[in-house]
Design a protein around this ligand. Structure first.
Ligand SMILES: Nc1ncnc2c1ncn2[C@@H]1O[C@H](COP(=O)(O)OP(=O)(O)O)[C@@H](O)[C@H]1O
Ligand SMILES: [Mg+2]
Length: 236
């Protein structure tokens, strides 16, 4: 579904991404794991068209995304939940979700998209009238993902969805992400903690200093010395 090949990205004079390649198949769940500063956010933002690669290609189905503006990329069915949530704090939970249903016509009625967002995040249903400023950090993350889901995407890009969440809420969010995949939506998740990578992840890439140093399953990652040196954790 998504194929990123040989991306090089510079920010000012700094070479931030080096020959980054990764793939997400139809309905797959893929995690991009790396330490802070490794290049995860830059990778997702380049896929979404917020940055231009100096080299490399980004193919989504039959479309070349690497020269498209962000709105055209979103229209193709990619949605992004940024690290800082990016919700509209002045709007209510319900308004944040509803706005997303206007912006990308897909044939699926708005009411159904809104119902799916609340089915995936039942906690938000009780908070529909709350403003964005009345939400905890975890609730904001959920709203950000719910809003992206209401765009009715084919592939959802999530930047550190588990970051800053209390340990009690992490399994709840993981269950919501699993529910999204059951709707047929693919996921590309950036994550700095390998322990947050859901066990049902199809494939994992490890990025270090802008380079992909590992691609494989979560099991393989847990047995790979170079991965463990970068990500921490214990050899099994
Ligand atoms: N706007 C920016 N200006 C300058 N350097 C940046 C900017 N954004 C990211 N970088 C640098 O690019 C590298 C990768 O950052 P980022 O993609 O945010 O990593 P991650 O998401 O893995 O923490 C870091 O060294 C960071 O300092
Ligand atoms: Mg980041």
């Amino acid at each position: 579904m998504l194929r990123v090949t040989g991306l090089d990205v510079f920010i000012d004079a700094s070479h931030i991404l080096r020959d980054v390649s990764l793939e997400v198949g139809e309905r797959q769940v893929v995690c991009l794991v790396g330490r802070n500063g490794a290049g995860k956010t830059t990778t997702l933002r380049t896929i979404m068209g917020y940055r231009r690669p100096a080299r490399g290609t980004i193919a989504f189905r039959d479309a070349a995304l690497e020269r498209m503006p962000t709105h055209a990329i979103a229209a193709r069915g990619l949605a992004f939940s940024p690290e800082d949530s990016g919700i509209f704090a002045d709007l209510t939970v319900a308004e944040n979700i509803e706005i997303a249903t206007w912006t990308r016509p897909t044939g699926r009625p708005g009411a159904e998209r809104i119902a799916r967002a609340y089915d995936v995040f039942p906690r938000l249903r009780g908070y529909a009238a709350r403003g964005g400023t009345q939400l905890s950090g975890g609730e904001r993350k959920m709203l950000s993902i719910a809003r992206a889901l209401a765009l009715d995407p084919e592939l959802l890009l999530l930047d550190e969805p588990f970051e800053g969440l209390s340990p009690a809420i992490i399994p709840t969010l993981a269950e919501s992400l699993a529910a999204i995949t059951r709707l047929g939506c693919g996921l590309l998740i950036a994550e700095s903690n390998i322990h947050h990578v859901p066990p049902w992840t199809d494939r994992l890439y490890v990025i270090e200093r802008g380079e992909i140093i590992f691609a494989g399953t979560l099991d393989q990652a847990h047995r790979d010395g170079s991965v463990l040196r970068v990500i921490g954790g214990k050899a099994s």
